[in-house]
Design a protein around this ligand. Structure first.
Ligand SMILES: C[S@@+](CC[C@H](N)C(=O)[O-])C[C@H]1O[C@@H](n2cnc3c(N)ncnc32)[C@H](O)[C@@H]1O
Length: 371
């Protein structure tokens, strides 16, 4: 018969209070699999394993709700959790080392009476947003085959490909020699086993020699870069061909056409203030822009993906995997979602967007830049 540990013993071993374990049980994060005859909690080896995962994610700074999603995912077994935790801890160590180095540099500069620029002071904190929201990403963000086909086609006969802002590795062509670049530790740690090697760096300063890749690609990432034009120029420097999947921020027409930004989330426009025009982006790589229509059943859950499946936006998992919702702020998000919910149940949404049902793909401002 399997041996079980009492709540007191588990608390003692793990260095947490019995109250903490009771709380984890009450919120469904860690429910001990059995009770003693006297009704006390009894923890099996499997329960202890789950507690180890919970405490490790906690130590890495994840919130209890995020941890519940992570440890509750039936597709992730103990070994996958250990690999992911290992990756996150290594990244935390690298990040701490980078911060120590940055502090040393600043101390040295100050000793010499040199003032560091704001860019230099903040560089080490880059990719903060994805470190905060990245764990929700894999739930709905995956490769959309029709968009992948366009990207891979644009890569031409490139054999070596650099994927900048690579995230968890969507759209990486399986038949080429890919190197990924991704500044967020959380995103890097979620890259599947066997994915292309990934370098911790930002687009604006790629640690590669001139023309060292046949092609460089960047998918749904340029709008996150502090300096998009500098990042695109870097891609141009390190690769002979450049392919970028992004959107046209200066064409207000599509924002008016997309019911989500038009009727529910006008705050989206605020996120685009100061964003370079499509012409600036295209000029930075010396290329051309081609429209990419969004299929009605788009497999990659980016912001525009559910234009014909409005109920999807009511789902917290869908929203958490799209940075727009975090960036507009909780108040705007809650208002948009509750108004949409009301309009869906009253039939107002269907009435206003009657013509969408007949469309298989929509032009929502997404563009493929090719150079
Ligand atoms: C929406 S995700 C896209 C990920 C992946 N390309 C995909 O298509 O699934 C945006 C990614 O850009 C990364 N990112 C943010 N700032 C960056 C920068 N300055 N340079 C390169 N990547 C950056 C984020 O960490 C995040 O992983």
């Amino acid at each position: 018969m399997e041996e079980h540990l009492t709540v007191g013993r588990v608390a003692e071993l793990a260095g947490v209070s019995v109250r903490t374990l009771h709380h984890y049980d009450e919120i469904g994060l860690l429910e001990p699999s059995t009770r003693t005859a006297a009704g006390h909690r009894a923890y099996s080896a499997g329960d202890v394993e789950r507690l180890r995962e919970v405490l490790a994610y906690r130590r890495l700074g994840f919130g209890l709700r995020e941890i519940a999603d992570l440890v509750g995912d039936p597709a992730t077994d103990a070994v996958a959790h250990l690999c992911r935790l290992r990756g996150l801890l290594m990244d935390q160590r690298d990040r701490a080392a980078a911060m120590v180095a940055a502090i040393d540099r600043e101390l040295e500069a100050r000793a010499l009476g040199i003032r560091t620029t704001p860019e230099e002071q903040l560089r080490v904190f880059g990719a903060q947003l994805y470190d905060a929201i990245g764990s929700a990403y894999p739930a709905t963000r995956r490769t959309e085959p029709r968009i992948a086909a366009r990207i891979w086609d644009a890569l031409g006969d490139a054999r070596t490909v650099l994927n900048v802002g690579a995230g968890t590795g969507s759209y990486e062509p399986p038949d080429r020699d890919v190197t990924a670049v991704e500044p967020s530790a959380v995103m890097r740690a979620q890259r599947p086993v066997g994915a292309a090697p990934c370098v911790a760096a930002a687009a604006e300063s790629l640690p590669f020699a001139d023309q060292s890749f046949d092609a460089a690609m960047a998918v749904s990432t340029v709008h996150h870069w502090p300096d998009p034009v500098a990042g695109l120029r870097e891609m141009r420097r390190v690769a002979r061909r450049v392919v970028v999947f992004t959107y046209d921020a200066d064409d207000t027409g599509w924002r008016q056409r997309f019911w989500l930004t038009r009727d529910y989330l006008p705050e989206f426009a605020d996120l685009l203030v100061g964003w370079p025009s499509l012409a600036d982006l295209t000029r930075a790589i010396g290329g051309r822009a081609e429209p990419v229509l969004v299929p009605w059943d788009c497999a990659d859950g980016f912001f525009e993906a559910y234009w014909r499946r409005p109920e999807a936006y009511l789902d917290e998992h869908v929203r958490r995997a799209v940075s727009v919702w975090t960036r507009v702020g909780q108040q705007a998000e809650q208002r948009a979602v509750s108004t949409l919910r009301e309009d869906l149940s009253s039939g107002r949404w269907a009435e206003r967007n009657r013509d969408l049902v007949a469309l298989d793909a929509a032009e929502l401002g997404l563009r493929l830049l090719v150079a």
